[in-house]
Design a protein around this ligand. Structure first.
Ligand code: ATP
Ligand code: MG
Length: 251
């Protein structure tokens, strides 16, 4: 892998104004269930794009289709200029994917986990050492490099998972409820890192249940029962509600 591929995304690519993700009529059928129903999505580059919706609304299914991990039943998808799922293999090296479930090895140390991920990404040894040193510093693991990943707190584990997901310098990062098992302060720290990545040119698509996280996104899409029910900036979406009185009665 070249040096450029490991650094922050190439500015010639950042200058590319075409959206990072463009999907039209994206659908996924599981037997009788239409888990994702005719979704159109446009995600601009270098932004934090939020994905909000209740349990079972199709967030994870959508993300898996966009990554090329799941074949859509219908629709056209273009991610970083590649046709998905046809060109999913070429996409794989340019994206990162992180889920709520801690997917690293609990019985490897912090550094060993990063070394393993660097090897999976075919990063040459010397280059990997340099990149891991950089990540250990940026993600505040300097005094925990030898700690077993399984012994860390939920927040630390997700921070490590994020460092691992960006080890190859992906242009686009998919995060599926990355903070659902994390306390509020760690969630704030985690989101700081997401905005740093976006500032450096990375595009982030992040699903969440938390309204406070959704409000911080540059743009948002809201899914309900597989359908895209709203999208826009948080200000546009809350503005659309401004003239409506909502009364909630409870026992
Ligand atoms: N492989 C599968 N086979 C059958 N049904 C599935 C499959 N994957 C997801 N589903 C169904 O599709 C619907 C959408 O699921 P999905 O996991 O995408 O929702 P979600 O918005 O990510 O929910 P959550 O917030 O709970 O993670 C659900 O009803 C789920 O049961
Ligand atoms: Mg999900």
């Amino acid at each position: 892998m070249s040096d450029a591929a490991l650094a922050a995304p190439d500015t010639t690519q950042a200058a590319d104004q075409s959206p990072a993700i463009k999907a039209r009529g994206m659908s996924k059928q599981f037997g009788e269930l239409r888990a994702v129903d005719d979704v159109d999505l446009t995600v601009p580059r270098a932004c934090v794009y939020g994905f909000l919706g209740p349990n079972g609304s199709g967030k994870s299914t959508t993300i898996r289709m966009l990554c090329g991990l799941l074949t859509p039943s219908a629709g056209e998808i273009e991610v970083l200029g590649l046709k998905i799922p046809e060109q999913a293999e070429a996409l794989r090296r340019r994206i990162g994917y992180m889920t709520q479930k801690f997917s690293l090895f609990e019985d490897l140390t912090v550094r060993e986990n990063l070394e393993f991920l660097a090897a999976v990404q075919d990063i040459p040894k010397a280059k990997a050492r340099q990149r891991i040193d950089e990540l250990v510093e940026q993600y505040h693991f300097a005094d925990r490099q030898k700690q077993l990943a399984g012994t860390m707190s939920g927040g630390q584990k997700q921070r490590l998972a994020l460092a691992g997901a960006v080890i190859h310098g992906p242009e686009l990062l998919f995060l599926d409820e990355p903070t659902s098992a994390v306390d509020p302060e760690s969630r704030r720290d985690f989101w700081e890192k997401l905005f740093e990545l976006a500032d450096a040119g990375t595009t982030l698509l992040v699903s969440t249940h938390y309204m406070d996280e959704a409000e911080r996104c540059h743009r948002l899409a809201i899914l309900d029962q597989g359908k895209l029910v709203a999208d826009g900036t948080p200000a546009e979406l809350t503005g659309a509600l401004a003239d409506r009185a909502i009364e909630v009665r409870a026992a």
